[in-house]
Design a binder for this molecule. Structure first.
Ligand code: KE4
Length: 433
């Protein structure tokens, strides 16, 4: 039913009732359906700065930020102006543009491991392509991923651990074949010894290890001291490539991402989210000798109709150029520390057991009473308690991640007063739980 045939704005409930008949689960990406917290997803009408407004006119302080891209805030004036100027020049050419040259220069200048880069249209495409490239470059078939890490929905990556850490993977979704899954080994995150065992058993067959250097997809879980260097060492010793999936952490934790922050340089890096400024984008890059194997320079095939799309490059460049100012990350660190210290304090005051993990401007409050440093410890969290917390905060006008196992994000538009409002809302909510 089009807007013209409606005499009033539909509510989220009404829109969701229509949506579930038209799209699987009523959404175009599962986490948006609120199944992790229950209830009806809020249909968003607009967003500006640190806030989003739903179709019923309720405004929320937004800590999802489109799952990471909106580090400058929604509808940033410079990004919107740049897009307006670009629109008049057309939306897609299917031919090379100067914008892609400038984007490649920006990424190569910022990200330590990247000497050459290929633009794609999503994080999933970036990781799928990076794995194919790693296999093509090494001539090996197996890859290693980690429990609790998510790298998009490529078949090789929708695989769960077999019975033991060194056993071959099992499909983690219908439609992923056993033959694909058997080439994916799954190891526990933050356990260097377990990975050594896998390499002892399969080392000569392993093309690459792919990792979220700071995990966002089991909730925020930082690497233990020295862990990333251990991954670097073991892959180098066995001739496997190390891939940092920085789709979420790239330009989020530092201009050079987690690899700058932790001073560990992978062979390949995948990017997404922030580099598109909110438009569809992904990228994979790394050592020149590896990237030169990608078609048409080399034999590893990968292509994309809208790769390097001028509008996505425009929004991405407008965003990345603002992130050259390193004081942005100092501000985000201060904001992250203030918010998360405040959330921990008001939970403690109310006697509610939580653990808040944070790196820079990405964080997760786990409803648990023991440290969270891998999937098993994250999985002990009380999902029902998180769901109650989520909805109570939503009622207070604070939009957190609708799942215990997701990261939340602070952007430069989250002014101090919004952080204080969030902490006071949490104080009221924790007292009510
Ligand atoms: P996309 O294909 O969704 O652009 O990127 C996949 C991806 C790859 N690597 C990492 C580390 C990621 O976090 C993601 C996607 N992140 C999720 C948030 N957990 C996107 C939200 C969603 O799936 O709707």
């Amino acid at each position: 039913m089009s807007a013209s045939r409606r005499d009033r704005q539909s509510s989220s409930e009404e829109l969701f009732a229509r949506a579930v008949e038209l799209m699987p689960g009523g959404v175009n990406s599962p986490v948006r359906a609120f199944r992790g917290v229950g209830g009806t997803p809020r249909f968003i009408a607009s967003a500006r700065g640190a806030t989003m407004t739903d179709v019923e006119g309720r405004t929320y302080i937004d800590y999802v930020g489109s799952w990471g891209p909106m580090i400058l805030g929604h509808a940033d004036a410079e990004v919107i102006d740049a897009l307006h100027a670009a629109l008049g020049r057309g939306t897609s050419y299917g031919a090379p543009t100067e914008l892609e040259v400038e984007m490649a220069e920006e990424i190569i200048d910022a990200v330590p491991s990247v000497e050459m880069v290929r633009m794609v249209n999503s994080g999933t495409e970036a990781t799928m392509s990076a794995l194919r490239l790693a296999r093509g470059f090494t001539g090996r078939n197996k890859i290693v991923k980690f429990e609790g890490c998510y790298h998009g929905h490529g078949d090789s990556l929708l695989v769960k651990a077999g019975s033991g850490v060194a056993t071959l993977g099992l499909p983690d979704s219908p439609g992923v074949t056993a033959s694909v899954a058997q080439d994916t080994l799954t190891a526990p995150f933050n356990d260097a010894a377990a990975l050594e065992k896998i390499f002892a058993a399969h080392g000569a067959d392993i093309a690459a290890v792919i990792v979220e250097p700071v995990v966002g997809n089991m909730g925020c879980v930082p690497p233990r001291e020295g862990y990333l260097q251990a991954l670097r060492d073991v892959t180098r010793r066995h001739g496997a490539l190390l891939i940092f999936d920085e789709v979420m952490t790239g330009f989020r934790l530092a201009r050079g991402g987690a690899q700058e922050l932790y001073r560990v340089t992978p062979d390949l890096t995948t990017l997404g989210k922030i580099i598109g400024g909110g438009l569809p984008v992904g990228a994979y890059g790394g050592r020149r000798d590896i990237l030169e194997r990608v078609a048409p320079a080399g034999p590893v095939y990968q292509a994309g109709t809208l790769s390097g799309n001028p509008l996505a490059m425009t929004a991405g460049l407008a965003t990345l150029r603002r992130l050259r100012d390193r004081t942005v990350y100092e501000r985000l660190e201060r904001a992250g520390r203030r918010l998360c210290d405040g959330l921990s304090e008001v939970a403690r005051e109310a006697g509610v057991r939580t653990v808040t993990n944070r790196v820079g401007s990405m964080f997760t409050t786990f409803f648990t009473d023991s440290p969270v440093n891998d999937w098993p410890s994250a999985a002990k969290s009380d999902r029902s308690a998180y769901g109650k917390f989520f909805h109570a905060m939503l009622a207070e006008g604070v939009y957190l991640a609708p799942s215990q196992f997701e990261a939340a994000f602070i952007g430069v538009a989250h002014a101090d007063e919004l952080l204080e409002q969030t902490i006071e809302a949490a104080r009221r909510v924790f007292r009510s739980l």
